[in-house]
Design a protein around this ligand. Structure first.
Ligand code: F0G
Length: 461
């Protein structure tokens, strides 16, 4: 059978009812939330596309494993199970759990910043990664290829490093000042876009030339591996495990938010290839930050669920359906002329709101305005990734202009059906038809840092 989008490789055993609300109710909920979907109660949301982080459904194998959690403070059996699985997938020697991705970042990144004036270079730092780089006293530099900034043109690996730029950044800042190169796979902030294996090999060559540590920020490494299998010549007959292993071979450290491709609701991992000194430093440092190194902020049962989830996320049937669901939503929107980051990424459809609502200047937050309109139209909650999130220049106090103004429709794993996604597409298309009516937003209350989480806004008159 030749289906355009594959059917789910699972059936539904338990359901969670979700509330259907009216447009009048949603207008009130959003006003009460200060026109900021982060402040909505999730029970007032019909389809929640805020994030794919920790929001997926667990399998019955995972629910079964939860019952086997060993809650010992030290030396938990559940830790040794997780360690075995993570070693098997990465080929690395040392594994330490963390409560989530940023927990892993706060432990590892400071160990690599050995003095003032150091830098991390990434294809694109995720927000929390950037925050932990800066908290550790270093600076974060990005160098994704230019093609990622043009949402309309096809490129199979829009997450790639701009290799000449990477080398330039190393030379400009001095190789001894580079704490590490962070390969973010997939590249979340550029639209969930994959990085090719060829690009990773080139990054590795550059890192070797200048003797720089490589880290993988691999929250969605399995999705990346599947894109490689689908799009990169020479990989079509390799297993996802083989492809992932090839990527891990290139790095020294793997940091993971396991709330994504760990298919669990909480969890993170620090995996170190062979540097025993770094491992010992992290083991010491993690105790006051996350917890004892055999639980790292996780309950024994969380480690059990994660051990199973890590394996399930590498299954090809699962990955094909996962990426097809996201592509389905992307295709529906594109067919109706809605501008999206193309091709569709691995975990979300990113709508280009500079093109969607060009009448709204960046400092009145076009993407936030589109998100709000989609919520009012349908009860679907998207998230803004643009100038509202970016914040202000610390020196001048001016609102920074993001190169991309995006509305992210983030798809939780194994949670919604194609019909739900069709509903989402219809809602976005309806808002698109009435896009001239969209107006910008100004602040009612602006917190000094990380403003997008708690700010209150109001529509400009
Ligand atoms: N790295 C990447 C690439 C991420 O996407 C995230 C989280 C993190 C690190 C941090 O992990 O949330 O477990 O502490 N991304 C989520 C998102 C929050 O919505 O994209 P965490």
């Amino acid at each position: 059978m030749n289906n355009k989008y594959v059917a789910p490789p699972y059936r539904i055993k338990m359901v969670e009812p979700i509330k259907v609300t009216t447009k009048e109710e949603r207008i009130k909920f959003l006003k009460d939330a200060g026109y900021n979907p982060f402040s909505l109660r999730s029970e007032d949301v019909y389809i929640d596309l805020l994030t794919d982080s920790g929001t997926g459904a667990m399998s019955h194998f995972q629910w079964g494993a939860l019952m086997q959690g060993d809650e010992a403070y030290a030396g938990s059996r559940s830790f040794f199970r997780l360690e075995k699985v993570a070693k098997g997938i990465t080929g690395y020697k040392y594994i330490i759990p963390a409560h989530q991705g940023r927990g892993a970042e706060q432990v590892v990144l400071p160990q690599l910043v050995t003095r003032d004036g150091m830098f991390f270079i990434s294809n694109m730092h995720f927000d929390t990664t950037r925050a932990h780089v800066e908290l550790a006293g270093a600076r974060a530099l990005d160098c994704t290829i230019e093609e990622a900034m043009d949402t309309t043109t096809y490129h199979p690996f829009k997450g790639n490093f701009d290799l000449p730029r990477l080398e330039e950044l190393i030379l400009e800042n001095g190789k001894e000042n580079i704490s590490g190169i962070i390969m973010t796979i997939t590249n979340n902030s550029a639209g969930g876009q994959p990085v090719s294996m060829e690009n990773m090999h080139e990054v590795k060559k550059i890192a070797n030339k200048y003797d720089i540590t490589i880290l993988i920020d691999g929250a969605r490494y399995a999705e990346n591996a599947y894109f490689v299998k689908q799009r990169e010549p020479g990989y079509e007959n390799k297993s996802i495990r083989e492809i992932a292993l090839e990527a891990f071979e290139m790095a020294d450290i793997f940091l993971m938010s396991s709330k994504k491709d760990g298919l669990s609701n909480i969890g993170g991992l620090i995996c170190i290839k062979e540097d025993e000194d770094l491992y010992n430093q992290c083991r010491t440092y993690i105790v006051p930050m996350e917890g004892f190194p055999t639980y790292g902020g996780l309950a024994g049962r969380d480690m059990e669920a994660l051990s199973v989830g890590l394996e399930e996320a590498l299954e090809e049937d699962y990955l094909l359906h996962r990426l097809d669901q996201v592509r389905f939503l992307g295709d529906k929107l594109r067919e109706a002329g809605v501008p999206i980051q193309y091709p569709t990424g691995g975990h979300a459809v990113f709508v280009d709101c500079k093109k969607f609502a060009p009448q709204i200047p960046y400092d009145l937050f076009p993407a936030q305005s589109v998100c709000n309109a989609v919520y009012i139209e349908s009860g679907v909650r998207p998230v803004e990734i643009g100038s509202f999130l970016l914040g202000r220049d610390p020196d001048t106090g001016k609102n920074l202009e993001s190169p991309l103004e995006l509305m992210r429709l983030t798809i939780p794993r194994r949670t919604y059906t194609y019909k739900h996604l069709e509903y989402v597409a219809d809602a976005v298309i309806e808002v698109y038809k009435n896009r001239e009516k969209l107006v910008g937003l100004e602040f009612d209350y602006e917190p000094p840092v990380l403003r997008h989480f708690t700010a209150r806004l109001k529509p400009v008159k």
